[in-house]
Design a protein around this ligand. Sequence first.
Ligand code: HEM
Ligand SMILES: [Ca+2]
Length: 785
Amino acid sequence: MERGLSPLQAIMHAHRRVRNGFTIAAMDDISKENERILHQVFNERSTEPLDVMVERAVNVTESFERQGNCDSSFPSLDGSCNANGDAARSMKAYTRLVSANYCNGRDSPRCAANGGALPSERAISLAMRSNTQRTISNDVSYAFTAWGQFITHDIIQTPDVLGSGDVPCDCTGTAPQCKEITLDNDPVITFPCLFIIRSSSQLGQSGQGTPVREQINQLSGFLDGTTVYGFTSKHRNLLTDSDGMHLRMQSVKGNHFLPSVDMINDNGIKDKFSTSSALNDKGHAELVAGDTRVLENPLLSSLHTLFARLHNNAVDQLRTINPGWNKSRVFAEARLFVIGVMKEINYNEHMPLMVGNPGMAVMNSIGRGKSKNKKRANPDGHVPPSQDNPSIRNEFAAAAYRFGHSMVPDDFKSANTDMSQKRSAKLENNFFDPDLLFRDGAGACLRGMASMEAANVGGHYADATNHKLFKPNTLNHGVDLLAINLARGREHGLGTYHELRDWCMNHDDYGIMYNGLPSMQNGWNNVRNMYNNDGDVDLYVGLLMEQPMQNAEVGPTAGCIIVDQFLALRGVFSSGQLNTIKGWTLSKALCNAMEGMGSIQANLFKKAGTGQNINCNSRNMAGMDMTAWRDESAQSGTGDVGGGEEEDCIDRFGNVLVPPEGCSCKNAKKNKCPGICRDPKNNGAEVNIPEGCSCKAAIKNKCPPPAGFCFHKKLKVQFEAICGDGKANCKRAMKNSCSDICHNGDFENTLLTASKPEGCKKCKKCIQDIDFSQRKKKSGKKNGK
Ligand code: HEM
Ligand SMILES: [Ca+2]
């Protein structure tokens, strides 16, 4: 928990939590190097040819070590090996549907086509608010919206430029890493300005051969369970239980919750998952998941809980069905199952409601192989999702898929088994606060999510997101997510609404989603009049204000961008596994993994009361039939049928082990490789093996003389202790009960032996010059004994 932050610092802290993932040092180094290259080209006017500089930037990014193995039959963690050129793996730049539109043609936020200033993002946000009505969807529940956020967090996280301090923007418009949003007599917000930190980027080259700033995706862009498992081996290992198969959980009031930061012994985890006490103000320990945004709102945290539990349930099933599978195989197959279920829900339940008949017509026609996007299926399991470029599109990340922000309501709810309301909580008081989740449990929260209404997509955000995003408990407002989204689009140099609308309308496959020019929602004329020229309208503004397509939540231009993206990310499973996954819906997942379930919508994304319900108590709903995953070669129960990925070798404490050639990681973890010796009872601390002694004996402090060194576990030092009988007896030596030595506990000087004064029986009693009080204080406090 971060305490003592000013209100603005607390907001910044939360915003940074949303933007910056659980990285490893190599990733941060790559980001810094990329910024350096950008600076060289844009500010120092490097004389090297652009091609050379771009190649250098690409090489920098490529230097990020793969978090997986291309020979594996399982998808890698970071999305590497899934597509040609490792497209869409973690740390790759976004691609664009239309050329970048920066004010200076290279890297400065977009301006009006005539070079003039655009209206302030906050002014547009307020104009959208006052010119539009907020209406409630007749079709979808809040689960529809929440799912969009959960999927976002699997495929997209654009990090801030590194190295900016607590409040790095001062509203003077001078700091290069800041994109400021000017305020003019603001009705609610009391800060001198709003601001965002610019997105970390890489040097790219536009179609016209000019250098441009291209933003980076920190995540694996594939829909591959990043929210559950993280995108680095280190993170995945820290989330894995000591049995190597289950995900770590904590039990609270008899139910499984995500693990708390206190349970995971890693400073990076504490750093990236802690929240500010001005938001998380009831003092709950933060929860840890595969994504750093897990606590952003309590219903999102509940969805994370659902999929972690689902993984663990799948592990239990797979172990029964295939007792011969080894641990890493069980983990990998459970992960594959979880990813399969997520995809099934996303493509079968979520997308049809989002893009409606027109969008699904395009999805289906291309899926059946009529188009250039045709996929190749591989009957043996995981298949690269796309032979085309599956990268995340900038227009999708920075505008189109943010449509869900306008659907988020002010009041979040939990529900009882019969779906009646249990509790209502204001979102403005629950950003980065797991209170609702801890009070009512994940089951009640997800039932609440299904019972809640969602607003229609449009220009009128809820108060919680329009004025009070990340509101600290000491202030009566926060910041404006709508203005932030607009600033982000400009800062990324996104094309305008007209540019994207034209691209989509003229597209061979997507043009059919239009029926002439899209019709716009009420208030459109007033909003577009904010701009000097129609051609300047921000992409996000146009997307929110198009009338939705038939049975869709979004209009044709957002639909086009979304369909294009999800076509690129679609993958294929083997037919047997596909049959298992086919039956899965979000409601079935809730029935399987959530406590207190009764009757809920069959399609959870549909507004309660508008469609069929199902009862979780029917066997078909709550069960998990994994027979298609049965492996005849794994029925013997020896636990040696492998197939898991080969990864960096990291033990369960997160220590990176480097097995010498010819020794496996498995053996390294078991202390069976020469030169590797770690104490499992001491968080895997390194133990030196004295010559002529074994690791096992060294850990137990049982190495005989002359090798006789003792390892003091608490102080993590080795010392020499040869008792009077000539034997090394560490236990006795540490207790000062050897016949001839006393020591003062100051083991920092490694080789400390003191001879016992003559006639002395107990060191403690007879040695004055050895300061035992010192020792007591030191080790006594440290060890709490
Ligand atoms: C309570 C609900 C939500 C909150 C508080 C929230 C907040 C945020 C914030 C603060 C950002 C970063 C903005 C920036 O600096 O550019 C963001 C990004 C984003 N959000 Fe949300 N969001 C919510 C729900 C949703 C939903 C429902 C969707 C989609 C259906 C969504 C999609 C996105 C996308 C695509 C991004 C861009 C991610 C990136 O580039 O890193 N969000 N959100
Ligand atoms: Ca992913």
